[in-house]
Design a protein around this ligand. Structure first.
Ligand code: COA
Length: 275
């Protein structure tokens, strides 16, 4: 299948892994209205693309993403309410609605710079692998604005309150190792190994049952907003739904292999489907 060509983003493939790259390197991948529209279109298409088993969000050039484009999103948007409204809707749609609910696992592969609005797609991804020397910053305070869109909400969800307030209030930059300590990333690796370590982790995900992965990520995200009684009920119904959807789970193949055939140790690795 030939992927659509976009002006502001690029789709690259490596087997079952799909790399969706922000592609405005000269502007450090600052997010323009055009980039937001392209991302909406690509994520809609990739969400139903059977060849994509894991989606990786990266950035071409020296930066992962320098946040919203101050000129094209903010300044031009202030002059044109229709442009601003569409850009704002598209911006929220791809970075939160489409990405956080993407039906396959998603990984933020972060190098260079990640500022401001970039934190929303960072938090929307299921996993984040970052370069040790990447620079993160909530630089909004330096522009006389608050971490808007939903960035403040993302921080409140992902970070401890002391850390969220400290970095939002001061705008102080931090590196990839600190991002791990703050709970924003799973692991930090040397920049030269970022791609290979991301591919290594993503390939492990492709070995897991895709339906169980999808239901697990949906469940973990949704229960955060529930009380314990609602969560218990929701998880029971979700499991029933999974068993109807997936024959391997419905037939309790794993339990048969472990309890009866004694051929499989689920604690030690994924079930080799079809073997
Ligand atoms: N919006 C619009 N343009 C941006 C941008 C942004 N958020 N971030 C970078 N750019 C543009 C610069 O204006 C410059 O454009 P030009 O070549 O037409 O002059 C180009 O990208 C390269 O930026 P430059 O600053 O020269 O690159 P650098 O590698 O020295 O520094 C950053 C990179 C990301 C550290 C620096 O550009 C920066 O601080 N950007 C602002 C990030 C920010 O605060 N984002 C949050 C917005 S709320």
């Amino acid at each position: 299948m030939t992927d659509k060509k976009y002006e502001n983003i690029e789709i690259k493939r490596e087997g079952a892994l799909t790399f969706l790259m922000l592609n405005r390197p000269d502007k450090r991948n600052a997010m323009s209205p055009g980039l937001h529209a392209d991302m909406c279109d690509a994520l809609e298409a990739l969400s139903v693309d059977a060849a994509t088993r894991v989606l990786i969000i990266g950035g071409n050039g020296p930066a992962w993403c320098a946040g919203q484009d101050l000129k094209l999103y903010f300044r031009e948007g202030a002059k044109d309410p229709a442009l601003r409204r569409k850009a704002s809707n598209d911006s929220h749609r791809w970075r939160w609605e489409l990405l956080s609910k993407f039906p396959k696992p998603t990984i933020a592969m972060v190098h260079g710079f990640a500022f401001g609005g970039a934190f929303t797609q960072l938090c929307a991804c299921d996993f984040a692998i970052v370069a040790e020397d990447a620079t993160f910053g909530l630089s909004e305070v330096n522009w006389g604005i608050i971490p808007g869109g939903i960035v403040s909400w993302n921080l409140a969800e992902m970070m401890l309150p002391r850390h969220a307030l400290y970095y939002a209030a001061t705008g102080e930059p931090f590196d990839g190792k600190r991002a791990v300590e703050l709970g924003l990333a799973n692991f930090a690796v040397p920049a030269k190994d970022l791609r290979s370590r991301t591919v290594e982790f993503a390939s492990k995900l492709t070995k897991l049952n895709p339906n169980v992965l999808r239901y697990t990520k949906e469940a973990v995200r949704v229960v955060r907003g529930m009380n314990v009684e609602d969560a218990k009920d929701y998880l029971a119904v979700k499991q029933d739904s999974l068993m109807r959807l997936d024959k391997e789970i419905g037939d309790r193949v794993g339990m048969t292999e472990f309890l009866d055939k004694k051929s499989y140790r689920p604690g030690l690795g994924p079930y080799q489907r079809g073997s």
